[in-house]
Design a protein around this ligand. Sequence first.
Ligand SMILES: [Zn+2]
Length: 457
Amino acid sequence: MGMGLWAQSVFTPGLKPFIAVDAPVIALEHVRVLDGTGAPEREDQTIVIEHGRIAAAGPASEIRVPEGAHRMDLSNHTVIPGLVGMHEHLFYPSGGGVPLYIEHGMSFPRLYLASGVTTARTAGTLEPYTDLNLKKMIDEGRMPGPKMLITVGYLEGHGSFAPQMAELDTPDDARRFVEYWASQGAHSFKAYMHITRGELESALTTAHARGLKITGHLCSVGFREAAALGIDNLEHGIVVDSEFSPAKQPDVCPPGSAQELAQLDMNGEAVQKTIHDLVEHKVAVTSTLAVFEAAPPLQTRFLDALSPTAALLYLSARDRLPEQARAGSALRVKKEVEFERAFVKAGGLLMAGCDPTGNGSAMAGFGDQRNIELLVGGGFTVPEAIQIATLNGAKFLKLDDRIGSIAIGKQADLAVIDGNPVKQIADIEKVRVVFRDGVGFDSAKLIESVRGQVGLH
Ligand SMILES: [Zn+2]
């Protein structure tokens, strides 16, 4: 797709209400910068944006602001690269008794962008045509949203819990699935919990022949098996790896247990072998800590975004959450982030995403921010956590020459934060303006526009 991957900022009247800043030359002055490379923050910097790209960046005392630039004094603010969300979805659980997911083509692109996500790789869709068409609408400037990369799937075998998924019967089915959706514009594919090794291998061969990647939330196939087959990326991390279950049978997803997980030693030989395999085969891992949290701190902005019915369903389910579920959720976050630190220490590429599924606690965009908070809570430094959520995803996508960090020549995809996330990571939620290709979107207006819409569309 090359340079035509995303058209350069096209605007229609539909976008106008959400635009905070649009000028050929913009200077962000006296701002704290976290550049996405893992380097420590730099105080009192100036960033010059020219025609959608970063033209200059450095100490405010040294950078010359061009004549006629739109100048923004951002003292007490922090600028980070736009987030590269690697486990996004455009659907959300319906909250009913049957696990159904409702496409959120109206509210979710707005929430991602408002939260600082400027590039969203989805990690599976239940309405591939809708996702592909929404991407087009965003690219054409017909609606606000991040730059989208659509992952089609689910490549699922027999036994799926989700009635919206098709079930593959044979490796040949997997091949046809990949061929068809590749022809329709899929950027990548998602393999799921009951796929067989034969089906996964067939899907990988077909996708790789087209230069397309496959990620997986696997269970029937273990991480080391998938690495050996050539999978590109694994979602969620060690907490979904079935290879540590004594009940594991080939091609079958065994039931997991909290006890097994509690006993898993991230520095022990077994996990270290898995980490070694993933690093050696260059399999990236996507951190999705936020979706494991069954009852994160309840926020007004979250409740405001929900429709009245969705809020009622969410709150009543949360109120009846068994103590065991709360404890299980805390254990998963703790063990997973331990794994993620060990994986990064061993040289693994860790990325991050939202995964707005589970019990609905991780909402589009807000969940991406929460994930960064949980990475920091688990022991990553703030610059490391930002790098995981920005540059690492860009590297995996091979787009790091254009996005993922604050560097001269890159697309001006930036999030302006009113506060200092280095001192207090929760400030990551105070995104005020999000630049996509140098055009600044008003975060509050985007969020206000979806008030009461989540749960509906
Ligand atoms: Zn997911």
